[in-house]
Design a protein around this ligand. Structure first.
Ligand code: ACO
Length: 336
């Protein structure tokens, strides 16, 4: 079947930046508490006039420019988000804003695993030959869904969007010895609904009598709730396991991994995972100080910065893992 290469990346973030000191004027917290427990210093927060669709389209346009393709070449857009502008889906709005008129577009919801789940989904479409040029976007505006009086959650999240271009490559095109070049090498995705109550953005229905026979529900969403300690424990246990499985499938050992690209939830989680995988801290790609936890956007945002800074170079092997609400987790190892 077809292999999948990641040929471009891009990102976009809202203009406004909120510092830890700003936050300490909103809730009882401090720069010291936030930075020492999470590694976060700033986060970007969307204004009323910025939308998830716009930021996603901007990230996607930057990614297709790097890949050297035009909007017309795109045949599939998968938007991983938990915070669409429209619950019916925002991917089609992104398609319109990008001018990708040939593409089919849909949303995928898997919280902070959304980007890696979407990347792995794209690989299946490419493998069957159904799609050739896929734009995978991870974007979230969680600032719109936190309780800004709850210091245990509101300090953690920021907004942003990141995208990659995935293209089908004939396995037979690759010369012997180059067989791994620029490809998705191995992946896995996992779910455990048993721990679903660790991290939620719940719908609260209210009964509404419609007729004598029918009582319908209408209601609203409640802000994010989280059991931070449980999520921490889960991540440190499951993420190294998932990456090790994928390394085994790809026939790689830890010395082969050039970069560890984890969902940016907490610097301490990233450090602990690196330690379990026996990878030096210098191999961790982190943008958490500047962006906080941007949910589905965090992996492509960090990848884009690392590629544009020249850290991630052609041939480098990147071990990525998204994890979060669901609970869900995943690993994707690719060569840039
Ligand atoms: N400022 C000051 N004090 C605070 C704050 C704050 N922002 N938040 C909590 N505290 C207090 C608590 O009230 C508690 O006080 P108490 O001891 O008097 O009760 C104390 O600080 C310690 O709180 P803990 O929750 O035990 O702190 P912990 O060291 O576990 O750190 C944290 C909390 C940072 C949330 C950590 O557990 C964590 O990162 N967990 C993982 C969370 C995560 O990754 N979530 C997202 C993943 S999925 C997704 O991205 C959607």
């Amino acid at each position: 079947g077809m292999g999948m290469a990641i040929t471009g990346c891009g990102s976009a973030a809202p203009q406004a930046v909120l510092t830890n000191d700003h936050l300490s004027q909103i809730v009882e917290t401090s720069d010291e508490w936030i930075n020492s427990r999470t590694g976060m210093k700033h986060r970007h927060i969307s204004s009323e006039t910025e939308s998830l669709s716009q930021l996603s389209a901007e990230a996607a346009q930057n990614a297709i420019a790097m890949a050297g393709i035009s909007p017309n070449d795109v045949d599939l857009i998968i938007l991983a988000t938990s915070t669409p502008d429209d619950l019916f889906g925002s991917a089609v709005k992104v398609q319109h804003l990008m001018g990708a008129t040939r593409a089919v577009a849909f949303d995928l919801t898997a919280a902070c695993s959304g980007f890696t789940f979407a990347l792995i989904t794209a690989a299946q479409y490419i493998r069957t030959g159904m799609s050739k040029n896929v734009v995978v976007i991870g974007a979230d505006l969680l600032s719109r869904w936190v309780d800004w009086s709850d210091r245990t959650t509101c300090v953690l999240f920021g907004d942003g969007a990141g995208a990659v271009v995935c293209q089908g490559i004939e396995n037979s095109d690759l010369a012997v010895g180059e067989a791994r070049c620029g490809r998705l090498l191995a992946y896995g995705m996992y779910s455990d609904g048993n721990q679903n109550n660790c991290l939620n953005l719940p719908y609260q229905g209210q009964s509404k009598p419609l007729t004598e026979e029918i009582t319908a529900q209408s209601g609203t969403y409640q802000p994010i709730t989280m059991n931070g300690r449980e999520v921490y424990r889960f991540a440190v246990a499951k993420v190294p396991e998932a990456i090790e499985k994928a390394m085994f499938t790809a026939g790689l050992s830890n010395e082969d991994i050039d970069w560890l690209l984890l969902h940016q939830a907490n610097q301490r989680i990233m450090d602990a995972v690196a330690k379990r995988l026996k990878l030096p801290k210098a191999k961790i790609l982190s943008n958490i100080a500047d962006y906080g936890n941007t949910s589905a956007a965090s992996i492509p945002l960090a990848l884009d910065a690392a590629v544009r800074e020249g850290k991630v170079k052609p041939g480098h092997i990147v071990a990525a893992s998204g994890f979060g609400a669901g609970l869900t987790w995943s690993a994707a190892i690719f060569q840039w």
